[in-house]
Write a protein that binds this ligand. Structure first.
Ligand code: G1P
Ligand code: ZN
Length: 543
């Protein structure tokens, strides 16, 4: 075994985004690319001499090779200890929990989330800090700056390290603790939820289908839902994580989880359906013939969380990303708790969670979570739903109907235009920006504009501001449209148009969402000229 310092050159384009650095797998596999980026992380966070880190990933293609490189580089950079999931596997929320529970100096998570995996697909790497959450911009800026100046990296030369068995190893002066990926996470879930009540629900014949989408949550869901809670064997499907996720998009929404959707809308539907994404932080919730939008899910969980042991004393507050519907705000107002509107991206919830201002958080993109970790958590959302159903003994459809009758219904949809010409997308946003000052009070289509701005977030905890976070236009009837360019796409630009209509009339609660939103959709087109500017007749993806 030998410690080496290898000369290298800065590589362009290693700027981490909201979810770390995501690139085509082959880019990460290129000469020195991964090594440069790992060294830039270590340098960017001030060195890792004597540090303890957590390392694990979602098992996608190259996960196994990348973990070997990271372990050897951590040892060469003087780390005291690395806690690594067996076979290099950790779901993102499980990694966040291990970082926190072991009071480590942070961790490296290998994932491109819900993006497809494989040699021709996507790979990703991100650094999470000691609070278990994605690094704030101040840290990712330092990592990026380091990528621009890096001249060398340090690595141990060794044969492969066997991380296929739970136990302790050493590498140079560094110890490696190989942990079962599920154990600690499952123990945390048992603390948060009433497993006895959920077990009783299953014992009475409640049926479930959980689609792990060939991704990381398979082992977690099988252990927790089938082994510990007594869901029938085979309730968890696509439960073996595969390096290419079986060739699919491991993204839990009605488009990519269409098999589950078809089942849930059909005559053989179980009582409850759920899915999770590549790295286990996103979730989809669907009842028998009742799809729950992520925005509604956050609102329902906010209204009912006190039924689960961890939240029995009530919530400090609830936070949602700006494009997420205002359904949760309405519940928060009724409960008399604070609610927050943050920019898109989980990292913006970190300060609110750390400061005890928010207990639950959610994003319209199928992310829901709480202060138990500092990532969104797919299986956690499923278990909170199950705990609520075990207490309420209502169907998902009944819970939704009751919720809308109480708080009103925020009809909601997101229209995505993918791979749009970057100049066209920027032109559309610039034109909207220019029109903003004069919009308030005007009639667009059938709707009167109440407010229009480009969202700027003032973090109530640390006072930092984040500007240009999307254009929002609110209407006097409570409807809203938001225009935003995706920060996670890998080709061209993705325009996201978020549409919302507030319905308070109890006779209008069961409409088709696209129909209920038709005026808002027409108004969005009138405001932005989407068709003309993008050359697209219709959105590529409607969720
Ligand atoms: C998308 C989602 C956003 C989420 C992010 C990372 O980002 O919209 O809510 O936090 O993925 O999972 P976007 O592509 O919109 O920038
Ligand atoms: Zn994810």
């Amino acid at each position: 075994m030998q410690q080496m310092t290898i000369a290298t050159q800065p590589i362009e384009g290693q700027k981490p985004g909201t979810s770390g650095l995501r690139k085509k797998t082959k880019v990460f596999m290129g000469p020195h690319f991964l090594e440069n980026y790992v060294q830039a992380i270590f340098d960017g966070i001030g060195g890792i001499d004597g540090a303890t880190l957590v390392v694990g990933g979602d098992g996608r293609y190259f996960n196994d090779r990348a973990i070997q490189v990271i372990l050897r580089m951590a040892a060469a950079n003087g780390a005291a200890k690395v806690i690594v999931g067996k076979d290099g596997i950790l779901s993102t929320p499980a990694a966040s929990h291990l970082i926190r529970k072991n009071k480590t100096d942070g961790g490296l998570i290998l994932s491109a989330s819900h993006n497809p995996g494989g040699i021709d697909e996507d790979f990703g790497l991100k650094y999470n800090g000691p609070n278990g959450g994605p690094a704030p911009e101040s840290v990712t800026d330092k990592i990026f700056a380091r990528t621009q100046t890096i001249r060398e990296y340090r690595i141990m030369e060794t044969t492969d390290i066997n991380i296929g068995d739970v136990g302790s190893l050493s590498l140079g002066g560094m110890s490696i603790e190989v942990v079962d990926p599920v154990t600690e996470y499952a123990a945390l879930m048992e603390e948060l939820f009433d497993f006895g009540a959920i077990r009783a629900l299953f014992a009475e014949g409640f049926t479930l289908r959980f689609d792990a989408m060939h991704a990381v949550t398979g082992p977690y869901a099988t252990e927790i839902l089938e082994n510990r809670l007594g869901a029938a064997k085979g309730s968890v499907v696509n439960a073996t994580p595969l390096p290419d996720f079986g060739g699919g998009h491991p993204d839990p929404n009605p488009i990519w989880a269409h098999e589950l959707m078809t089942l849930m809308m059909g005559s053989d539907a179980p009582d409850f359906g759920a899915a999770s994404d590549g790295d286990g932080d996103r979730n989809m919730i669907v009842g028998r013939a009742a799809y729950v939008t992520p925005s509604d899910s956050l609102a329902v969980l906010t209204a009912n969380a006190h039924l689960a042991p961890a939240y029995r004393r009530g919530l400090a507050g609830v936070a949602r990303s700006m494009p997420t519907s205002a359904a949760a705000d309405r519940v928060a107002d009724a409960l008399g708790i604070e609610h927050f509107e943050t920019p898109t991206g989980w990292k913006f919830f970190g300060n609110l969670l750390d400061a005890g201002r928010a207990t639950l958080c959610g994003e319209e993109s199928a992310g829901t979570g709480s202060d138990h970790v500092r990532e969104k958590d797919g299986l956690w959302a499923v278990l909170l739903w199950l705990n609520i159903l075990a207490e309420r003994r209502l169907s998902v459809a009944e819970i939704l109907a009751e919720h809308w009758a109480t708080y009103g219904r925020n009809y909601y949809s997101r229209h995505d235009y993918e791979g749009v010409d970057t100049d066209a997308a920027n032109g559309l946003m610039d034109a909207l920006r220019a029109a903003l000052p004069d919009l308030a009070g005007t009639l667009v289509g059938d709707l009167t504009v109440d407010m229009a701005d480009e969202f700027e977030y003032l973090d109530p905890v640390d006072g930092s501001t984040s500007s240009a976070q999307g254009i929002r236009v609110g209407f006097t009837n409570g409807a809203r449209v938001v225009f935003r360019l995706s920060g996670t796409g890998t080709e061209g630009a993705t325009l996201r148009v978020y549409l919302e209509h507030l319905e308070l009339d109890p006779t209008q609660m069961q409409r088709d969402p696209q129909d209920a939103l038709s005026k808002v959709i027409a108004t969005a087109e009138a405001l932005a000229g989407i068709k003309a500017r993008t050359g697209r007749a219709a959105p590529d993806v409607i969720t």
